[in-house]
Each structure stands twice: as structure tokens, then as C-alpha cells.
Design a protein around this ligand. Sequence first.
Ligand code: ADP
Ligand code: MG
Length: 250
Amino acid sequence: MTSSQQEATPIIRANKMNKFFGVFHALKDIDLTVARGETVVLCGPSGSGKSTLIRCLNALENHQKGELEVAGVQLTGKRREIDMVRRKTGMVFQSFNLFPHMTVLENCMIAQMRVKKTSKEDARKVAERFLARVHIPEQAGKYPAQLSGGQQQRVAIARALCMSPEVMLFDEPTSALDPEMVREVLETMVELAREGSTMICVTHEMNFARKVANKVVFMDQGSILEIAKPDDFFTNPQHERAKEFLAQIL
Ligand code: ADP
Ligand code: MG
């Protein structure tokens, strides 16, 4: 493939994808296409399958039926495909999952050195660049426990960015934060979206969705019920379940 063909290929292509946990049908006939450069907000009630879907996109979970292609890799359960997809995706969780015994800088360097075999000097430069990009270059020498929750989450974002992922996946990145820290993390995410990063975000922060999402995906009971532009979704949701959901969170 030439690079322009690659640009035109969607980063995510799910076609009638299904996921089971034993007999429990967690994802039902998921059809989803995400273009490069798009920001997608995934929302829906608790237990609707948002985390499961995003974990499938990162090959943290395997699917059973249907097709899933991520960053040009068709996932069929082979180890090699899973490794490739993990390298091409960056994931940010609700709990920041930083290594407590490593400094902020080391947290951002370790995967570059271990996975990408980047030299220590280069890994340090990249880590410093992305810590500056999330506006905490001065925290590089501290340990995670010395930072606020918002700062730790921005380290987690920088750490993911250091691997130059083709798509960033966020699973409720602000849900564990005190209200005053939510904004600084959202601002960082807005900047990333505006700079053209491809992002899929599970979040109930509807102002974020309004500001930068190209589309909102609404899930309920393992199915995607609605895919719409934010304005359309907020002003005119099509499904009763979407109306109820919006009434609860807005
Ligand atoms: P959401 O992120 O939208 O709250 P999840 O994707 O976490 O929802 O969960 C969707 C459904 O799948 C829930 O009913 C949950 O209990 C179930 N589920 C999630 N992970 C597992 C698992 N590892 N084993 C069994 N059931 C699971
Ligand atoms: Mg979840």
C-alpha cells in the first residue's frame, strides 16, 4: 500500500462483530467505521458494552464472530496480529496505571525502550517532548504518588503518545478525577483532537463531545443503537433509550 492509500483506509472497521463472555452476549453485530483523524465519543448506560468494545479495538479482548480490522490489521486471534494492534493503539484507562516505583519520565520511556527498542537518549527526548505537550514538563523527575490525579492522567496520556500510536483509545479517562481536575485532562484531549489525532473516547463529558467529536456512538445492551453528529444526537436522539440516557446525564 502507498502512504496515500493507507491514509484513506479507515483506522477501525468492524463488521457484524460479536463478543461473548461464556454464554453472555456482550457485543452484538457491531458495525463501526472510524476514519483517520476522526474523534469518536462512545457513550451509553453502565454495562452497555463500551469498555468491552474499546478493549476489542486494542485486542485486550478477542471477538468471536464477524470481522474487526484495526490500523490495517485484520484481527483473527493470532498472536502476531494482537502484538501489531497493541503497538498501533494507545490506551488510557480510568485508573492511570502508572508504574509507582518509576519517575514520570521513566514511565514515559520504558515501553519505548522495551517494545520499540528505542535508545535511552532518544526515549528521553521523546518523553520530554510529550510531557511538554501535556503541559507538565516540570513533573518529569517526580513519582506518580507525588502528582495530582489530573497530572497523573496527563502522564498516562503522554506515555501513550510516546509510542506514536495511530489511534488513541480512552476509557472514561476523567471518571476517577476530582471535578477540578477533570477540566485539565479534557483540555489536553481537546488539543489532541484539534491537532488531528485519531481518538475513540468512552466518556460522559458531553461538552467534550460537542466541542470535538465528529460522531457520537450510543450503545445499549451490547448493541450500537445510534451513530450521529453530536448536534443531532443531543438535540434529536432517535431512540427512546438515548433520550432517557441524555436526560440522566445532561
Ligand atoms: P460498560 O463499559 O459500558 O459499562 P462493559 O463493557 O464493562 O460495560 O460490560 C458490558 C457487559 O459485559 C456487562 O454486563 C459486564 O458485566 C459484562 N462483562 C464485562 N467484562 C466481562 C468479563 N470479563 N466476564 C464476564 N462478563 C463481562
Ligand atoms: Mg466501562
